[in-house]
Design a protein. Structure first.
Length: 254
């Protein structure tokens, strides 16, 4: 709902407007009208084991806009970025703290991080202040900051619940990295057919671990048959076992 897109930009979001072969790493177009005959276009690889070269993405964007009959009169700005996703979570026994991307707050399946970092920052800062005040009241060489204080801060940033959610997101990331162009198109169609609160909650990291299970069941219900098979098979991969172990760990500890 909201503003209408230019016809060419709107077609970019439909299943029919895809170019490439099954052998290529998929990419897609973000298009956002800015008003005054200006628009933001971004050719993006959702997730890949190997980073796509920038020149490949630029060539694809130019060809896509040409195929959509979108005429670019002037390029006002260009931006290039790689966003590392996935990877291990911080160890709770390390004394040096981090935040944001350095603390792996980047959503593994979407690359989003700013909203979650902003949402988490006040609570994390409050935890640091409380821990520092308690440490200052102590005695001996630990006065000021200790490994125990760092452990408390890490546990606040990455609780067992959030580690569970992270394992679910990693499962999705690894699945997406294996998909070809057609599978990615099928995935987007199924994903955005979910109730808005589900897909928005997934992208913004607002779904808890139980809500993510409901999300998975709903996604499985609306997915085409081939994707259903992919989802079941993917449970038996390392990322599937990692997710199951995190959920099992929570059950045994409760």
């Amino acid at each position: 709902p909201g503003k209408a897109l230019h016809p060419g930009m709107a077609r970019a979001l439909t299943k029919e407007s895809s170019w490439g072969t099954s052998e290529e790493v998929p990419s897609f177009l973000y298009a956002m009208p800015l008003g005054d005959n200006k628009a933001f276009f971004q050719e993006t690889c959702l997730v890949s084991k190997d980073a796509l070269p920038f020149e490949v993405l630029k060539r694809r964007l130019e060809r896509r806009l040409e195929a959509l009959n979108v005429k670019v009169a002037k390029v006002l700005d260009e931006e290039w970025s790689y966003i590392p996703v996935g990877g291990p979570l911080p160890r709770p026994d390390q004394k040096i703290l981090a935040f944001g991307a350095a603390a792996n707050l980047v959503h593994p399946a979407s690359g989003y991080s700013v909203a979650r970092s902003l949402k988490t920052a006040p609570d994390f800062a409050s935890t640091l202040v409380d821990a520092y005040c308690r440490e200052g009241e102590g005695e001996g060489t630990s006065k000021g900051w200790s490994e125990g204080a760092s452990h408390q801060a890490w546990e606040r940033l990455w609780s067992d619940e959030l580690r569970k959610c992270h394992s679910f997101h990693v499962f999705g990331m690894e699945l997406l990295a294996l998909m070809d162009v057609k599978s990615i198109n099928d995935f987007f169609i199924a994903f955005f057919s979910l109730p808005e609160q589900l897909w928005r909650g997934f992208l913004s990291s607002r779904l808890d671990s139980n809500q993510l299970l409901f999300f998975a069941l709903y996604m499985f219900a609306v997915a085409p048959p081939q994707m259903k098979v992919r989802l079941v098979v993917h449970i038996f991969t390392p990322s599937g076992r990692y997710m199951l172990s995190e959920y099992k760990k929570a059950l045994t500890s409760s």
